[in-house]
Design a protein around this ligand. Structure first.
Ligand SMILES: C[S@@+](CC[C@H](N)C(=O)[O-])C[C@H]1O[C@@H](n2cnc3c(N)ncnc32)[C@H](O)[C@@H]1O
Length: 295
């Protein structure tokens, strides 16, 4: 890293990301060891949708930890800068890494660091525009980009395989709230898990032998905004609120309370499977029943 004063770094950072300067951040940027024969990147090097400002090393570690990276993951950094995120994901967790970076000098530098670390097989860098590069195979997407970029890339992220983790430093995803956050030196890293869609009007079909005939109609109405679920369950024409709703990626759990002379608690636990919902229903004092539902 070139010898740049913290004040200059903070003001350049503010200009690049259109944020108030946070001088304390400058102290967190680590010096990467020099890569052989490739000039070290200069803070503020231009890119396309933003210039280069690295995520602080401690935050990179915390974000990868929060994402639960393993050797099964493919970690793609959108705008990979000096390559630190895919390289650490491969080095520490044995993951595959890919960096997509617009600036060719940063790509050269990243490749040289990966080579020096003996990680060239596991970590690749592509010079190009994020919006012209396919990253749909990623199991984890990382980014440190301005808010407008996050909103622009959000539809692509939401279309990824359910369960894909998205990790962003400092900037959120608008009204898509994060599932988890981590704080390092007052800076925030955020994690989202791409949710599947469970929205719609689902008619339950009990699949235990013989039981469907004896069951009143059960219709589940689900409305969904990202990972936020609302809805109700109509049983035998009576509309009941969903209580204690829990939804994560493709698993939906909730409770309904039904008055059948006594207040009966009924727990539902289901997953999206192809075009169906598949689950169990457990009414208090009764055996659990299996069901599937279609739209
Ligand atoms: C703020 S830096 C973050 C670098 C790295 N992800 C990190 O967290 O340390 C953003 C990087 O994205 C690159 N970039 C900006 N717009 C891009 C685009 N449309 N396609 C590819 N890279 C882009 C910039 O050159 C810069 O290196």
């Amino acid at each position: 890293m070139k010898n740049i004063s913290p004040g200059l770094i903070a003001s350049r950072r503010a200009a690049l990301l259109r944020l108030p300067a946070v001088p304390a951040l400058a102290a967190l940027w680590p010096a990467l060891p020099a890569a052989a024969q490739v000039p070290e990147p200069v803070f503020g090097t231009p890119g396309k949708d933003s210039g280069w400002i690295p995520t602080p090393a401690g935050m990179v570690e915390a974000m990868l930890e929060m994402a639960g990276i393993s050797s099964q993951d493919t970690v793609v950094d959108l705008g990979s800068g000096d390559g630190r995120i895919p390289i650490l994901a491969a080095k520490r967790y044995g993951a595959r890494g890919l960096g997509i970076e617009y600036n060719p000098d940063l790509v050269k530098y990243s490749i040289s660091v990966a080579e020096r670390e003996g990680l060239s097989e596991r970590v690749k860098f592509i010079q190009g525009d994020i919006f012209a590069t396919d990253f749909s195979h990623a199991t984890v997407v990382t980014l440190f980009m301005p808010p407008a970029f996050n909103l622009k890339v959000r539809p692509q992220l939401l279309a990824m395989k359910p369960g894909t983790r998205v990790v962003s430093f400092n900037f959120d995803m608008g009204d898509w709230p994060p599932d988890e956050s981590v704080y390092v030196n007052d800076q925030r890293g955020m994690l989202w898990r791409v949710p599947t869609s469970v929205a719609g009007l689902w008619r339950l079909n009990f699949t235990d032998a013989g039981t469907n005939r004896d069951s009143p109609p059960h219709v589940l109405r689900v409305s969904q905004r990202f990972q936020k679920i609302e809805g109700d369950m109509t049983i035998a024409g009576e509309r009941l609120a969903l209580w204690d709703i829990r939804f994560e990626v493709d698993r939906l759990r909730f409770t309904v309370l039904r008055n059948t002379g006594r207040l009966q608690r009924i727990d539902f636990d289901c997953r999206r499977s192809g075009t169906a919902l598949e689950g169990i229903m457990q009414a208090s004092g009764e055996p659990a029943r299996r069901w599937t539902a279609t739209l």
